[in-house]
Design a protein. Structure first.
Length: 368
């Protein structure tokens, strides 16, 4: 069986990270593309991420796509999104292959009739030219007649900072650096021009912080957007040290280490150890309580620094375990107050409140 090798770029990784880990951010993108009116409270269910496509030689080649999902609202609809850094006609072939497989996954046979439902598909272009179309089209000529459907196009470079925040298109923030790409050389040589670009990132950072303070987004989502903004800038401006450093200094965090996700994933794994008596006992020690707090606050530099101390390292581990236990209790008993959850897991109500505010309701709903 021959396997297709698909080159995954850092921008693909950022795109998929946002889709999978900040699912609430995709709703405004869908509303913008398809003129839908989702409230943002709908449940998003992602499809399988591995498909096997039959080739003409009889072999099955593995294609990987984890960008198809279903939104469960007043009406259940399937969607398929892809991200492309530049225009590429081969995207039409990829879309048709993926869309066909997605449709077959949920196909229904009734007697001698197979019914397949294709997803609503769209493409996010990170770069575009004046010749870039606003939509792509797939036309199928069958013995029973012609069938065609559109693939809608979103051009990220067309959106200003104001439009991004007014329409809540926070999904586009990590890709905003593409707006400035053609000026990188000028920024390297002109501090005044560089400062103009960096002022925009100061504004982005402050507006995200304000949204987090108003609890319009959770701390985890804010940290993820910042981390992914750094990752995109780090790779796009790899030959422009001043540009890259300027964005990193403002947005903060490590470029290649997705700290919040690392803590969440480790916490899920370590949550299986929640019953260990020593973990609960050590969590009561004051010196380790600080580490436990730092374990929940993914983006804080002091947590990463102090975590090197043995006592606080244990506390940080316990913090991750406690986070998972709080998630489990909140999901199992959605009607519980913070005090009731605290009594259930053996911590303070303040710790419960801080954890739920940091990660947000969507992470509890999708927690496994």
């Amino acid at each position: 069986m021959g396997e297709i090798t698909i080159v995954s770029t850092p921008y693909d990784d950022v795109f998929r990270t946002l889709l999978n880990d900040c699912r609430e951010l995709v709703i405004p993108v869908i509303n913008e593309l398809f003129w839908t009116k989702y409230s943002g409270n709908e449940k998003i269910v992602f499809s399988q991420d591995v498909h096997f496509l039959n080739r003409q030689d009889g072999n099955e080649d593995k294609e990987i796509t984890d960008t198809s999902f279903t939104i469960l609202g007043d009406e259940t609809k399937k969607y398929h999104l892809e991200c492309q850094s530049s225009t590429d006609s081969s995207m039409l072939v990829r879309f048709f292959e993926y869309d066909t497989q997605i449709a077959l996954d949920t196909g229904e046979i009734d007697g001698a009739v197979l019914t397949v439902t294709f997803p609503h598909s769209a493409l996010l272009y990170l770069r575009h030219t004046s010749a870039t179309s606003d939509k792509l089209k797939i036309r199928m000529v069958t013995p029973g007649g012609s069938v065609e459907y559109d693939i809608l196009v979103m051009k990220s470079q067309e959106y200003t900072i104001d439009e991004i925040f007014e329409k809540k298109l926070l999904f586009l923030i990590p890709f905003y650096i593409f707006v400035h790409e053609k000026y990188f050389q000028e920024y390297e040589n002109d501090a005044v021009k560089l400062s103009t670009m960096l002022a925009e990132y100061e504004e982005i950072k402050n507006r995200l912080e304000a949204m987090a303070n108003r609890e319009e987004i959770c701390e985890y989502t804010k940290c993820t957007i910042n981390d992914m903004t750094n990752k995109t800038a780090w790779h796009l401006a790899k030959n422009y040290k001043t540009v890259r450093k300027g964005v990193k200094d403002i947005m903060g965090g490590k470029v290649l280490e997705y700290e919040a996700k690392t803590i969440l994933n480790r916490g899920r794994e370590e949550g299986r150890l929640a019953g260990r008596a020593e973990g609960r006992e050590e969590g009561r020690l004051a010196g380790r309580a600080e580490g436990r707090e730092e374990g929940r606050l993914a983006g804080r530099a002091e947590g990463r620094e102090e975590g090197r101390l043995e006592g606080k390292e244990v506390g940080r581990l316990e913090g991750k375990i406690l986070t998972v236990r709080i998630f489990q209790a909140a999901k199992k008993n959605p009607e519980f107050t913070c005090n009731q959850i605290a009594e259930e897991v053996g911590c303070s109500a303040q710790e419960v409140d801080d954890t739920l505010k940091m990660f947000g309701k969507s992470y509890i709903d999708n927690f496994t």
